[in-house]
Design a protein around this ligand. Structure first.
Ligand code: CTP
Length: 399
């Protein structure tokens, strides 16, 4: 395979050295295209020696072979690692003022980028908007990971490890194994209003559901994503040409949206945290303490079990996946999971352990994947993307 590795000016360029080495070792034809700034971090001889190909930053070298577009035209895969905030902005705008820019404009190959920058830059609205633009064009994003950054600060912004970038990149060019499937993913958490300003909700951030939707889209599926109060920054990651988003608030709204989408879905994944109860009478005006006796009694009524309903009325051949967040551990967690999978009629139940400080907000997850075949129980842990890929692998195993 002809792989272009674009390297931009960030300290994480030293990790890209390993990426290039591993690609060459795996037998690929690798061409490194650094920016001028990238060469201040890792020098040109290193890239040439490792890739065994000439390296330049300029569109004016090797003009006879129309190098400014030929690398992009020949590429089967382009990886940008690290992708700095500056390069991401230039990619979004289509700026081509160096060999990297012209190569990216000239290619029709899949483009995988591994962002690396400080947390503030990653969270800046400009970067968020640029990332949404790139994702909507089908650019595949790996990371960034959450952890220690170069200035001693910590947060999302670390470039993903070369092995993770390689796995995603090679997965993208291998046959997309979910192509032809239409999948429905619910994500986030429903909220039940008490009055116009208050609600009963839960701590789900929607990260695992969004990771599931993105993994499915990256692997070729058409995805209907039903999002219930997913944090804006998390939802921004779900902009992808094959992801179609609808927004819901309450369990009743979520039920309407998923029942409609399930009628055409091959796979349904209920990752949303659904509120089990709603207030029997929602107040039209804001509840007030005035004239009260120091207590408030709310009457709650049970919501329908959306997952169980979907499983009961499934289309022929449809695969149904449920999630369960449990505070139990060990065998009790497993047993609760088994009972829940059976009770709900799901083909696969993904069981997470949660607690006051576990399971929410984090970029990592670990889960138990239960099917009716007790011998095929698997554990998946790692980033939420890795857990998502493990869930889709298990779905494929069931189909
Ligand atoms: N779920 C649903 N409708 C509900 C409640 C839950 O579809 N009213 C789905 C969730 O999306 C999830 C799965 O069911 O996929 C398990 O959710 P969980 O809250 O663990 O299940 P409960 O039925 O509420 O079980 P428990 O008695 O443990 O609260």
């Amino acid at each position: 395979m002809f792989v272009v590795v674009a390297v931009t000016g960030g300290i994480a360029a030293y990790k890209t050295v390993h990426l290039v080495r591993d690609l060459v070792r795996a037998g690929h034809e690798v061409h490194v295209v650094p920016t001028a700034d990238a060469l201040r971090f890792v020098g040109l001889p290193t890239w040439e020696a490792l890739s065994r190909n000439p390296v330049t930053t300029s569109v004016h070298d090797d003009v006879a072979r129309v190098r400014h577009v030929s690398l992009g035209q020949q590429a089967d895969l382009v990886i940008v690692a690290p992708a700095t905030a500056n390069t991401i902005a230039k990619m979004a705008a289509g700026i081509a003022d160096d060999l990297l820019g012209t190569t990216l404009l000239a290619t029709t190959a899949p483009v995988v980028i591994a962002p690396a920058m400080h947390t503030e830059m990653w969270r800046h609205p400009a970067t968020t908007a640029n990332m949404a633009t790139l994702r909507s064009r089908g650019v595949i994003v790996v990371g960034p990971d959450d952890g220690l950054l170069t200035g001693g600060d910590s947060g999302p912004g670390r470039m993903s490890e070369p092995a993770d970038i390689l796995r995603t990149a090679l997965g993208v060019v291998s046959a997309p194994d979910l192509a032809g499937l239409r999948v429905l993913v619910s994500a986030g958490g429903t909220r039940e209003p008490l009055d116009p300003v208050r609600f009963i909700g839960n701590r789900s951030s929607g990260r695992q559901g969004i990771a599931l939707a993105l993994a499915a889209a990256d692997r070729g599926a058409e995805v209907d994503l039903v999002a219930a109060h997913v944090e804006a920054a998390v939802l921004a990651a779900a902009s992808h040409p094959r992801i179609h988003i609808s927004h819901v608030g309450t369990t009743a709204e979520l039920q309407d949206a998923v029942v409609a989408a399930a009628s055409v879905a091959d796979v349904v994944v209920m990752a949303a945290a659904v509120s089990d109860y709603r207030v029997s009478e929602v107040a039209d005006t804001k509840l007030t303490k005035e004239g009260g006796d120091g207590t408030l009694t709310l009457r709650l009524v049970e919501n329908p079990d959306v997952l169980a309903g979907l499983a009961r009325s499934r289309r022929p051949g449809q695969t149904i996946v449920g999630f369960a967040a449990e505070t139990a551990s060990g065998d009790e967690l497993r047993e609760r999971g088994r009972r829940k999978r059976e009770r709900k009629g799901a083909d696969l139940l993904v069981v997470n352990r949660v607690g006051w400080s576990e399971g929410f907000e984090s970029e990592e997850n670990s889960a138990l994947l239960l099917t009716e075949h007790t011998d095929t129980e698997t554990e998946a842990s790692g980033t939420k993307r890795e857990v998502a890929d493990a869930v889709w692998d298990a779905v494929l195993g069931l189909r």
